[in-house]
Structures are given as C-alpha cells and as structure tokens.
Design a protein around this ligand. Structure first.
Ligand code: PAF
Length: 272
C-alpha cells in the first residue's frame, strides 16, 4: 500500500483516504463521495481495529462483509481498497501507542478507556500506509474527529482532516453499523436520541443558553424510552470538549445511550 501511495505521490496525484471498519452504510458512502470530489485518488480502508475495542466489547460480533462493502463502495468511484488483517497491522511485539491525552478522557473515554488510543494509533498507521493529502471522517463520532484533528496538528502529519455531517435515516436515526444489532422495538426507541437532540436544538433556537435546561430538553425523550440507558448526555465546548454551563461559543451536545444491548452515539453542534 505504501509503495503504491508513494508512486502516486511521485506522479503528483492528490490522495484522499476514508478509514472505516467496514459494514458500510450510506454515511460511509457519503464520505467516499466527498473524497471522490476532493482528490485524484480515493483509498478506502477497511479494518476492524482490535486495539480500539475493550475486552468486554463487540469485537468478535462486529458486522463484517468485505465483499458486500466493496460492491457498495465501487460505484462511488474508489480507486483502491486497503483491507489489511490484524496480524499485519499489529505484528508480534507491537507496543507503541499514540495518545491524545486530554481529549481522550471525557465522554466516550469514560466508559471506553483506551478506545481513543486504539483509534489514534490505527489512524496514524493508516495515514503512514496510505500517505493521503486529505482524510474524511463522519461527525457522528464527534470526539473521534476532535482527537484525530488534534493528533494531526500536534504531530505535524500535514494531512487535511475533513468532517462530514451525520447522515440520518428518514426518521432521524443517525446511521451506524451498530444499528444492525437493534431489534424492531429497540429500533423504534432508538429515535429517542435524535428526538432529544431536536428538542434541545429547538430550545436553543428559542434563546435558551443554560446547559442545565438544554440537557433537560435532550433527556426527556430518552427518559420516556424504557429500553434506553444513558451512558452520557453532555454539553461540551466543540473544540476542547471542556464542560460548558452557559453557551457563549460553539458547543456540542453529545450523547451515548444504550438501547437494549447496543450503545448508540449521536450529537448536535449548537452555534450561538
Ligand atoms: O470510525 C471508525 O470506523 C474507526 O474508529 C476508524 C476511524 C476507522 C479507526 O478504526
């Protein structure tokens, strides 16, 4: 992969990469189309990265369908799919990790310790292997995007990082590979997340700036969904992810909510 990427670079071609863990849905295809419009060559990476899963998480059952993924990705005009296996990405003795100290800690970092070190490490490796000029990530994983932006800035990767807006099902559910785990009843109750965000955004549009009130609006639909269990629902500075009490600058209302046995993420940025 690296030899190919170096060859493209020598020819003066601009490379875009879209790192994924496969199980592609319309959200990923939107990233691929954005990449297609931004570069000469689009590299899709598919790798279910073991180092970002905790010991009791869903690594073993994470949905995998490489052939189906390639069928979906090809019409977007990708030039290359890089699908390494775990043994080649992490040879025996691998022990070097990238950590983005503070941005890793809140939100998902609380319930998934080590997750972002796994993400930052594998994304660094994928960047070194694919040598992109620009890389695309979904805004649904808001904290992941913040961590990657900071890593790229702090370690001088010289890669442009572009976030792409969340793609939603027609009824508002944010698209996610993990939506496949939901039963019919859980799928209905999963709408509590986007409804909570919409309620908070409506309060914000009506002039509410107090975090406590905005969070209360977001929490109400979730409290009314009996199959849901909150991991976190928080209002944070959109760049530093620090806690916010009054909204005076862009903030993110971010949530992780279990619906049955599936942990779902969603967020909305509120800009005064
Ligand atoms: O968002 C994902 O699918 C993964 O976290 C990523 C960025 C591909 C790293 O494994």
């Amino acid at each position: 992969m690296r030899a190919q990427a170096e060859h493209w670079r020598r020819d003066g071609l601009r490379i875009a990469v879209v790192p994924t863990m496969g199980s592609l849905h319309e959200g990923h295809l939107t990233l691929l189309r954005a990449a297609r419009a931004a570069a000469d060559l689009v590299v899709l990476t598919i790798f279910v990265n073991p180092t970002q899963f905790g010991p009791s998480e869903d690594l073993a059952r994470y949905p995998r369908d490489e052939a189906g993924d390639l069928r979906k990705a090809l019409p977007t005009g990708i030039d290359c799919a890089f699908c390494p296996d775990a043994a080649s990405m992490y040879p025996p003795g691998a022990q070097t990790f990238v950590t983005v100290r503070e941005l890793e800690l809140p939100l998902c970092g609380q319930s998934r310790p080590g997750h972002f070190a796994g993400v930052a490490t594998v994304v660094s490796k994928l960047f070194h292997l694919t040598r992109p000029h620009v890389a695309f990530f979904g805004e649904k994983d808001f904290q992941q995007l913040a961590v990657i932006r900071r890593m790229v800035r702090d370690l001088d990767f010289g890669i442009e990082i572009r976030g792409v807006a969340i793609v939603r099902e027609p009824d508002g559910l944010a698209m996610s590979s993990r939506n496949a785990y939901l039963s019919a009843e859980e799928r209905v109750q999963a709408l509590a997340l986007s409804r909570g965000l919409a309620a908070a955004a409506a309060a914000f549009a009506a002039g509410e700036r107090a975090a406590e009130k905005l969070l209360a609006a977001a929490l109400a639909p979730i409290a009314a969904a009996p199959l849901s269990r909150i991991d976190y629902v928080e209002l944070r500075d959109a760049e530093e992810l620090s806690p916010v009490e009054q909204v005076t600058r862009p903030v993110v209302l971010a949530m992780a909510v279990w619906v049955g046995k599936t942990r779902l993420l969603d967020n909305r940025v509120l800009r005064p």
